[in-house]
Design a protein around this ligand. Sequence first.
Ligand SMILES: Nc1ncnc2c1ncn2[C@@H]1O[C@H](COP(=O)(O)OP(=O)(O)OP(=O)(O)O)[C@@H](O)[C@H]1O
Length: 230
Amino acid sequence: MAQVKDESFLEVRNVHRSFWSGGGRVDVLRGIDMSVPSGALTMLRGRSGSGKTTLLNLLGGLDRPSAGEVLFKNRALHQWSDRQLTVIRRQEIGYIFQSYALLPLLTAWENVELSLRMAGTSRTQWKERVARCLELVGLTKRMHHRPSELSGGEQQRVAIAKAMAHRPHLLLADEPTAELDSQMAAHIIAIFRDIVEAEGIAICMTTHDSTLWGAADVVYQMVDGRIVTQ
Ligand SMILES: Nc1ncnc2c1ncn2[C@@H]1O[C@H](COP(=O)(O)OP(=O)(O)OP(=O)(O)O)[C@@H](O)[C@H]1O
């Protein structure tokens, strides 16, 4: 799908995030400016503790900045009510975590179907969409398996199918390859590229794995709560 990338799709303006911990203030993000373009693969790289997860949580509306703004489609996330944010999180954003977050008693198919149910997608579309997503991640043959019957890489691929099934505009992934060997990590990134190209979904992920950065359209490097290069 040929697309014009929209730089203002998701914008971060002078964002700070501090926490109170052990009686003192910890300034984790210290003035972040960046944008996540639509229909592209963006990576946040940086050492452990540099603030990648904290930033990703802000991008997905899971947390609020102490100062500054996160604008999703030109509107600051803090201007949305909690109710509106819940709708955005459920319908427009998909989340992929390091630890797959699948329901253990449901099969791969049922796990993916559940996200369509949660997003309020019409039941008539479920079958075709679940089949399409499992095909995209190469798991058609494993569709009736439960998570415990799948390898770590397969579970992560189900988690990806689940996160994208409801056609979010943005997929956020926190260290999605951290638990996987290098071959499976490369496979996951190839799937991300397919999703970006075929579905036009923007993906923003964190990783400290330098072998993966080359596959990104945009890479931001974080050091001590700041972005140092692009
Ligand atoms: N709720 C919190 N309260 C206090 N400190 C926090 C909180 N959340 C994060 N931090 C601190 O902020 C820093 C950055 O954490 P963050 O998880 O964003 O880093 P990261 O770059 O994602 O690291 P990793 O690669 O290890 O996941 C860490 O020093 C962490 O201890």
